[in-house]
Design a protein around this ligand. Structure first.
Ligand code: PMP
Length: 383
């Protein structure tokens, strides 16, 4: 009982070594020194007044980023998936009908989360690269009468930016909450939570915000709060139960304070640049990138220009090549991450994310040069 039988691992006696890499995949993005350094501040209690002030600053930053006045606005301790589950677990009760728009992996995952809590899942489905018209959405709303409709604004697996105009109003016509995933889009393209009548909106820290992964901004409209307040059953997750969050005086869980410091700093960077400037920069850089890809003879996966996500670009996987060889070559030779497809887009696309501080013409030139080099050196089949 008293002897230590597992020896100390020798690997832990060596120093931690993490290389620098150009993080130009769909996330995480590079984290600027300023944001990393903010996270190196001392750990203090998550219920100390200084932390409440930091949380309040974060709330203001999220309200600005989301363009919302919602009081129920906060950062979830966890990644984008926690925010997805926080939204679905709180807003939906077992047996209720939910509608999920599936045009990539995020709709699939939202449907799976909904199914796991015993709700009735209905989907509208389009092949990767596609999106839905308001008429299609209305038809499904009137058929399934869901309590919640899920839509990914930026489908990072396919590179589609979904139009949002009018959908919130449609949802409310059918007494349904409108839930939008903006993990890959928020901060990089126009998004107005209140004007679009979005009821629940979330994003992640590690994309446009350039903060480390691990916190997820989320906001709930008054309509969403009312539905949550009037639940008949408790949410399945204790950790993500929203009823605990507003109470500053009660211990619920130990907040990841250093991750909050970084998140606050990343929101400060966004505030300094200005939201519109950030949107415009991402759009300009994306168009420059897309033109460069087309001039190399590569094809963009999303055909309509207005449906192309400015933060994550999907390129049709070059004919005759093995996409895995291309991404591995670029990593090895250029120290640069780009990725293949995800879920339904695997094998169909290469994905390049230029988000937040990574969205610059100099980085576009770097990616284009790496792609040119890869197409010259990777094996091309003769068929
Ligand atoms: N939604 C979208 C659109 C995403 O791109 C991602 C991350 N790739 C997520 C949700 C999940 O976020 P996380 O990996 O931080 O859990």
């Amino acid at each position: 009982m008293s002897s230590v039988s597992i020896p100390p691992p020798k690997c832990l006696l060596k120093s931690l070594v993490v290389p620098y890499r150009h993080m130009f995949g769909p996330g995480p993005s590079n984290v600027p020194l300023r944001i990393l350094e903010a996270g190196a501040n001392p750990v203090i209690g998550h219920m100390h007044p200084e932390i409440f002030k930091i949380m309040s600053d974060i709330k203001s930053g999220i309200q600005y980023m989301f363009q919302t006045q919602n009081n129920m606005t906060l950062a979830v301790s966890g990644t984008g998936h926690s925010a997805m589950e926080c939204a679905i677990f709180n807003a939906v009760e077992p047996g209720e009908s939910v509608l999920t728009a599936v045009n990539g992996i995020w709709g699939e995952r939202a449907a799976e989360m909904t199914e796991r809590i015993g709700a009735r899942v209905n989907t509208i489905v389009t092949p990767p690269g596609g999106f839905f018209t308001n008429a299609e959405i209305e038809q499904a709303l009137s058929k399934h009468r869901p309590v919640l409709f899920f839509l990914a604004h930026g489908e990072s697996s396919t590179g589609v930016l979904h139009p949002l105009e009018g959908i919130g109003q449609l949802c409310h016509k059918y007494n349904c909450l409108f839930l939008v995933d903006s993990v890959a889009s928020c901060g990089g393209t126009p998004l107005y939570m209140d004007q679009l009548e979005i009821d629940i909106l979330y994003t992640g820290s590690q994309k446009v915000l350039n903060a480390p992964p691990g916190t997820a901004p989320i906001s709930f409209s008054e309509r969403a709060c009312q539905k949550i307040l009037n639940r008949r059953t408790k949410p399945v997750s204790f950790f993500l139960d929203l009823n605990f969050f507003p109470s500053a005086c009660r211990y619920h869980h130990t907040g990841p304070v250093t991750a909050f410091y970084s998140l606050r700093e990343s929101l400060a960077v966004l505030v300094e640049e200005g939201l519109q400037n950030s949107w415009e920069r991402h759009q300009e850089v994306a168009e420059y990138f897309h033109a460069g890809l087309e001039s190399m003879g590569l094809k963009l996966f999303v055909k309509p220009k207005e449906a192309r996500l400015p933060t994550v670009t999907t390129i049709v996987a070059p004919h005759g090549y093995d996409w895995k060889e291309i991404t591995a070559y670029i990593m090895k030779t250029h120290n640069l991450e780009i990725s293949g497809g995800l879920g339904p887009s695997v094998g169909l696309v290469l994905r390049v994310g230029l988000m937040g501080c990574n969205s610059s013409k100099a980085n576009v030139d770097m990616v284009l040069a790496a792609l040119k080099d890869a197409l010259k050196h990777c094996h091309k089949s003769k068929v």
